[in-house]
Design a protein around this ligand. Sequence first.
Ligand SMILES: Cc1ncc(COP(=O)(O)O)c(C=O)c1O
Length: 388
Amino acid sequence: MRVPGFTSTGSKRPDALFGMGAPRGLPVRLARAAGAEVWDAEGRRYLDFIMGLGAVSLGYAHPVVTAAAVDAIEAGVVGPLAPESEERLAERLAGLMPWMERTRFLKTGAEAVAAAVRLARAHTGRDFVLRCGYHGWLDWSQAPGTPGVPAAISGLSAEIPFGDAERGRHAIRAAGDRLAAVVVEPVIERAPPAEWLQMLREETTRAGAVLVFDEIKTGFRVAPGGAVERWNCVPDLVVFGKALANGFALSAVGGRRDVMEQSRRTWISSTLATDLVGFAAAHATLDVLARDEVPAYLQRVGGRLVAGLAQLAAHHPTLFLGVAGIAEMSYLRPVTEETGARLARLAAERGLLWKRGAYNFVSLAHGEEQVDRALAILADCAAALRHA
Ligand SMILES: Cc1ncc(COP(=O)(O)O)c(C=O)c1O
């Protein structure tokens, strides 16, 4: 195998999808995707709820986004000058979310969160960062002991638990005037408790630290203005990726003008951050998002899914502990790793790509028919697991 570890995206490894030692015959290589369906290299067709790991909220190959991307490809993809579509996108984001006073663009989520951390450190002149959730693969966010990451770097950040106001407050106060930033995912397996968000806002302000929302999964999904709008807490910086361009490579970091202006003092830049295709795809995605009121739709159709999953979990307490997540991104919580892995395998055998851990995502291409079909397949898998 020429790609060590099978593939360059960790969550697409067969082990990650179907558990260690999964039998042959499961789908492992993608051929193409359209709407809510994907075809594997063997030509088999699947109903999908993984949706490019949340990168796709309008459905795969959405015609409006595809047409915009094709135009951008025909316009030359890249050039020597900053694209006019870049400034226009920053302007548009500020219109949609007034807290996005300034925005910088990059390609991957990890890059954009790393940029937020760089800006926070430049702004505060401090080094230490508290984090909550997954923020990508780059050095600053890795736990101590990660091979290849210097201890001097992993020692500059620490994890705080999601939703726990008491422990979060304690960690922020203990970090004191070493604290540059608190970076959190606003949703981890449940909606954020109001008192946790309030604590984060108050304590970071008091500490003189920068509060960053990593909205790479929640952005353009849980509300037009993301988690900030939905749960009514305005951080200093916000990071977007994934659904921003419906699967095309684009990420963004934006927010308070004085913090963002640090971009001029430090160095954040990438050759392909300004290709025409990402911006064109993002503009088209935002068009569809507004026209079709996508976040409201995802909440409705995802609500139907979560209600069905909750019923299924209640029917099979020996298999499932319940449902985790919110309407827009959810999963069944299996009693054991093995149960989750076997569920994912059985589902794939029945034509459904279903993630056993965080998260499954609904899209604009998922209607009641797709949701009900997935629930029927999962019920069939659960019955098979019970009999086994
Ligand atoms: C919340 C969050 N932050 C950051 C990242 C990293 O994004 P990327 O994989 O595009 O670098 C992810 C990816 O799953 C994510 O979910």
